[in-house]
Design a binder for this molecule. Structure first.
Ligand code: PLP
Length: 372
């Protein structure tokens, strides 16, 4: 089996599991308990927090551990919007992950917020002008992802974040897809909040973290015992926090690795496009995640390609994993202007750090065989 669905999830790194193991076995203490076992768990949790903070270039107190990308997005968006209401207006884009879109929808339905969507072009790009037009004096929060999970388009946050700040709005970003591929420096990005998900970079599913800048007020979405500085109640998952810190340290986000994988991706994209004129690339051809090669194939359903490739030993995706299983056209592609029927012809290959040129040759041969 050749696994080319790393944007959906990644295998757990053996070292992350090894580091987590003691906190699942002998060292099973509750990090809030006032005895030795609890103190050791608490020390491990705080050590993990410090290591994550170091990787994100922020302070330890700015890191909240969560159950993953979905929770981080919900807490970041709902938490900031409710606690810092300059006005009941937030800005996002129609190509965001459902974790973001549904959090915005919740604010709209239950808290009377207005949501403005910044338009995207046919490659999923957002312009500075588009954001400016969406912003108002009463905008509380802008939430725009670093890079899209379905088509790989990377947004120009260096331009977008200062524009939001000019209007006095806070900026949250979903960095779930880039965390395993490029260094994340929240100071350099200038964002006020940022979400990561452990299972996208070698930690277990159900692990993640949210960065929230300084002393910004954050209304919790999970209420209870006041753990995580009162930001996220619930007995802390020490093992998964340790795994997140360990895999974040181990994952290779060097420039060399990015170039190596981007070259593999580009060769693969060129070879796939050469199969047939009916195939076209989705997303921005240049400014895209190093590991995502996504296409639409005129007249061929994504689901049928997915099944045919799986029969040939290739695992990929026909849309986003979270929307898998329902055959609705991708909201990302339709927002980019694709007709719903055309959007159903999408297929996505997402490379991992261990993906080889031979793996991609095999995927190419399987696709060629099916489409011939
Ligand atoms: N945001 C993006 C961009 C994603 O790709 C995903 C998962 O596919 C999520 C959020 C949700 O993360 P999780 O699966 O950890 O809840």
């Amino acid at each position: 089996m050749i696994y080319l669905d790393h944007a959906a999830t990644t295998p757990v790194h053996p070292e992350a599991l090894k580091a987590a193991w003691p906190w699942l076995t002998n060292e099973f203490g509750n990090a809030s308990s006032h005895h030795e076992l609890g103190y050791r768990a608490s020390a491990a949790l705080e050590d993990a927090r410090m290591r994550v903070a170091r990787k994100l270039n922020c302070r330890t107190s700015e890191v909240t551990f969560t159950s993953g990308g979905t929770e981080s997005d919900n807490l970041g968006i709902i938490g900031l919007a409710l606690a810092n209401p300059r006005g009941k207006h937030i800005v996002t884009a129609p190509t965001e992950h459902n974790a973001v879109l549904q959090a915005a929808d919740y604010l709209q339905r239950l808290h009377g917020f207005e949501v403005t969507f910044v338009p995207v072009d046919s490659q999923g790009n957002i312009t500075a002008e588009g954001l400016r037009t969406a912003l108002r004096a009463e905008t509380t929060l802008v939430t725009l992802m670093v890079a899209n999970n379905e088509v790989g388009t990377v947004h120009d946050l260096a331009t977008l974040v200062p524009i939001a700040h000019e209007f006095g709005a806070l900026f949250h970003t979903d960095a779930v897809q880039v965390a395993g591929w490029q260094p994340i420096d929240v100071a350099e990005l200038g964002v006020d909040a940022l979400s990561i998900s452990g299972h996208k970079f070698g930690a277990p599913k159900g692990s993640g973290a949210l960065f929230v800048r300084g002393r910004l007020a954050l209304e919790p979405v999970i209420h209870g015992g006041g753990q995580e500085f009162g930001r996220r109640s619930g007995t802390e998952n020490v093992a998964w926090a340790v795994a997140v810190a360990t895999s974040l340290e181990l994952i290779d986000v060097s420039a060399d690795e990015q170039v190596r994988v981007a070259n593999l991706r580009d060769e693969f994209i060129a070879s796939v496009l050469a199969i047939s004129p009916k195939i076209s690339l989705t997303g921005n051809p240049q400014v895209r995640l190093v590991n995502i090669a996504s296409f639409v194939v005129d007249g061929v359903s994504g689901e049928s390609m997915l099944l045919a490739l799986e029969e040939r030993g290739i695992i990929c995706s026909s849309g986003s994993a979270c929307a898998a299983g329902d055959d609705k056209p991708s909201h990302v592609l339709t927002a980019m202007g694709y007709e719903p029927d055309f959007a159903l012809t999408a297929i996505r290959f997402s490379l991992g750090h261990e993906t080889t040129a031979e793996d991609l040759q095999a995927a190419l041969a399987a696709l060629q065989d099916f489409l011939k």
